[in-house]
Write a protein that binds this ligand. Structure first.
Ligand code: SAM
Length: 324
């Protein structure tokens, strides 16, 4: 009696479990984090390979079953079970994460691991096949998307193993794949929110030109709002030297007069009257100039490499344009 909602598909093929453990490259000194150990088929092999296993399991019945399975064995003092939702649990330090996870938490769990405060060697995780292919997709691939770019900024990802649904009981509806995620060291020096906000805009439609996306009224007005907020913050931080801060941001056409709230309101009204994609708008032009400067106007996110995204973001930021 498994709970569908908890994604409980137990790995039944021992050869496959061996193969996952082998590909994970576990050292005998490793502290291993396992997520969703279930009845412990993978846990047992992890205990054989490493020094310690810390397993986070949501389902109390599974926790009991797991403890019962290893009670009185030489493994029991090297296994620590934490009962709870992994997404809400503060994770301990670990060297390597190996997990056959419930697929509904794929995305938040991946980012939780990528942003884990202490460094780890790698994570070897079973995902739904399509999610796995998105993680590893390269520019120009069909499945290349925001998830690919976002993940690959923080980690090297590689596809390790295709896993058919019949390796599980009960079999899930979809095929699976095991992926290796290796956090980059050092971690990239980008502002997470800024990067995420930027990619959200770029991938509004991945096959549209960036020119078309960044001309959209909703995008321009969001960026303009951020711009003005930042100007106001800089001005107040600098007090009487507010002028210098504004100039640093580097656009004379958006000078001090924009600190004037009445002017701001006027500008917005004018934008509203412009109608569909009509002509000017000082700020829109500012945004377009950044795209032109980098030669990005006719490019599409579906084909851009991570370096190109980083470069474009740096150009925006240099012009004082921010996404968070
Ligand atoms: N690892 C086992 C195996 O390979 O046979 C079971 C894997 S099963 C796909 C997923 C496991 O994760 C289940 O035991 C389920 O109870 C547990 N689980 C589901 N949601 C969870 C969550 N949010 N946090 C921790 N464990 C969770």
């Amino acid at each position: 009696s498994f709970h569908k909602s908890k994604g409980q598909h137990i790995l039944k093929n021992p050869l496959l479990v061996d193969s996952i453990v082998q590909k994970a490259g576990i050292k005998s000194t490793d502290v291993i984090l396992e997520i969703g150990p279930g009845t412990g088929n993978l846990t047992k092999k992890l205990l054989e390979a490493g020094k310690e296993v810390i397993a986070v399991e949501l389902d109390s019945r599974m926790v009991l079953e797991l403890q019962r399975r290893f009670q009185g064995t030489p493994y029991s003092n090297r296994l620590k079970v934490i009962q709870g939702d992994v997404l809400k649990t503060e994770l301990p330090r670990f060297d390597i994460c190996v997990a056959n996870i419930p697929y509904q938490i794929s995305s938040p769990l991946t980012f939780k691991l990528l942003f884990h405060p202490t460094s780890f060697r790698c994570a070897v995780i079973m995902y739904q096949r399509e999610f796995a292919m998105r993680l590893v997709a390269q520019p120009g691939d069909n499945l290349y998307c925001r998830l690919s770019v976002n993940t690959q900024l923080y980690a090297r990802v590689s596809h390790l193993l295709k896993v058919g649904k019949n390796n599980f009981r009960p079999p899930p509806k979809v095929d699976s794949s095991v992926v290796r995620i290796e956090p980059r060291k050092p971690q990239p020096q980008v502002n997470k929110k800024e990067w995420d906000g930027f990619l959200r805009v770029c991938f509004i439609r991945k096959n549209k030109t960036l020119g078309a996306i960044f001309r959209q009224k909703s995008v321009v007005s969001m960026l303009e709002k951020n711009f003005k907020t930042l100007q106001a913050v800089l001005a107040s931080l600098n007090g009487s030297t507010g002028e210098a801060a504004v100039m640093d941001v580097g656009d004379q056409s958006m000078g001090l007069e924009d600190d004037d709230n009445e002017m701001e309101d006027d500008d917005e009204d004018m934008e509203m009257e412009e109608g569909q994609g009509g002509g000017g708008g000082e700020f829109k032009e500012k945004v377009m100039n950044v795209l032109k400067e980098g030669g990005f106007e006719e490019k599409r996110s579906s084909k851009l490499s991570q370096q190109e995204f980083l470069y474009l973001l740096s150009l925006f930021n240099k012009s004082g344009i921010h996404f968070s």
